[in-house]
Write a protein that binds this ligand. Structure first.
Ligand code: DQA
Length: 144
């Protein structure tokens, strides 16, 4: 089982950006938690982060025929990007949308998610644990 975990803009600033919302832990901490969990669950995990929409589209396209599922936190592009939705639809892979914060309780402009139309599940407000839950979902979905 191979899972690609994609993070969008400013996720590399975790630990520095708005700690009251996103916490004190860094992106490196997040990667470490995901990798450790993946080893435990025998998941082959690949991590990718970019601040650039096109680079995120490229990462999704490159997952075609190569991975079994995608966990994606598109960050601010959640609320703006049809390109990311189209890329997910194009590759046709099962995907789970993750948000560290509880977007449902935040600003109106965060209530729109374009990728949600494709994603089988949305996990928001569970902090870093949301990524692990999303991996669990994909594993269980595949019968593991
Ligand atoms: C986020 C929520 C988005 O609204 C925001 O733009 C982010 C992070 C989250 O993980 O809570 O950058 O996706």
């Amino acid at each position: 089982m191979k899972i690609l975990v994609i993070n969008g803009p400013n996720i590399n600033m975790l630990g520095i950006r708005e700690p009251a919302i996103y916490g004190q832990a860094t992106y490196a901490d997040l990667c470490e938690q995901i990798r450790a969990y993946a080893v435990n669950r025998k998941i082959d995990v690949e991590l990718y982060q970019s601040n650039h929409e096109g680079a995120l589209v490229d990462a999704i396209q490159q997952a075609y025929n190569r991975v079994d599922g995608i966990v994606i936190n598109p960050a601010a592009y959640t609320h703006t990007s049809i390109a990311l939705l189209d890329a997910l639809k194009a590759v046709g892979l099962p995907a789970v949308e993750v948000h560290i914060s509880n977007v449902a309780e935040r600003e109106d402009f965060r209530q729109v998610s374009y990728v949600r139309e494709w994603c089988e599940k949305t996990i928001a407000g569970h902090g870093f644990a949301g990524y692990l839950e999303a991996m669990d979902y994909l594993v269980e979905r595949a019968g593991g």
